[in-house]
Design a protein around this ligand. Structure first.
Ligand code: PLP
Length: 227
């Protein structure tokens, strides 16, 4: 199956999930998770209308972004864990960083953004299990959010999570619901509006949309299995 066919299938599923949930299709961004994929493959998805791409590693992402510099309408997101010493490049190149998960990183992102006069959009990544080494623990989330609110060059736009793996995707639903609940709690507590819930991957994005996802990060369902 070619990439366009796969993109169309994913789009149809997104549409049906939105219908089931009574949500607007415009509320959901299809972000192609393009780690390990070549620039050619990315362009194939681009030609099928995909405009959002998520990279995991800063260096790999920066190389692709530079190669595709003429495609001004591509939105590049960083979805993988971020090390302090890569924060500068991350700020220089990515529109949204999905993996803000500690104060030290917030400091560095804020400093680098300030230097180039950018307000860096970020999502706070929440850790939902021992499987992921990234993300802030649930009980530290409010503290981190409050900390970031004081940073002038960071705009926290929502939350991101990678739930534990289950054979049965229905078992992931409570984790998605939990992330939505945490977002709503933050909105109430701090009287803010948070735009994004980045949750759902190839196996479970339909469930994630039913639970309120605004960004679904989809790799293998678009590009095929990674080698
Ligand atoms: C690879 C990756 C995805 C996409 O995974 P698939 O299962 O291939 O859809 C989504 N989010 C993150 C953070 C990833 O690293």
């Amino acid at each position: 199956m070619d990439i366009c066919t796969r993109v169309e299938i994913v789009r149809k599923k997104i549409e049906r999930a939105c219908d089931r949930a009574g949500r607007n299709l415009e509320e959901v961004i299809l972000l192609a998770a393009s780690k390990t994929q070549s620039v050619d493959k990315i362009l194939e998805a681009y030609r099928c209308g995909v405009r959002y791409f998520g990279e995991n590693r800063v260096q790999e992402g920066v190389e692709k972004i530079n190669e595709l510099i003429d495609y001004k309408d591509i939105h590049w997101h960083l979805i993988g864990g971020l090390q302090i010493n890569k924060a500068k490049h991350a700020v220089n190149y990515f529109q949204i960083i999905h993996s803000l998960d500690r104060e030290e990183l917030a400091n560095e992102i804020n400093k680098r953004a300030e230097r180039i006069g950018k307000i860096q959009s970020c999502l706070i990544e929440v850790n939902f299990g021992e499987e992921s080494k990234y993300g802030v623990d649930e009980d530290k989330l409010f503290q981190l959010f409050e900390y970031c609110q004081k940073k002038n060059s960071i705009k926290v736009e929502g939350l991101m999570a990678i739930p534990p793996y289950f054979e049965d995707v229905e078992k992931v639903r409570p984790f998605f619901a939990k992330l939505r609940d945490l977002k709503e709690q933050l909105e109430k507590s701090y009287n803010v509006n948070l735009k994004h819930l980045s949750m759902g991957m190839s196996r479970d994005f339909e469930v994630a949309i039913e639970e309120g996802a605004t960004i679904v990060r989809i790799g293998s369902a678009i590009f095929g299995e990674r080698s």
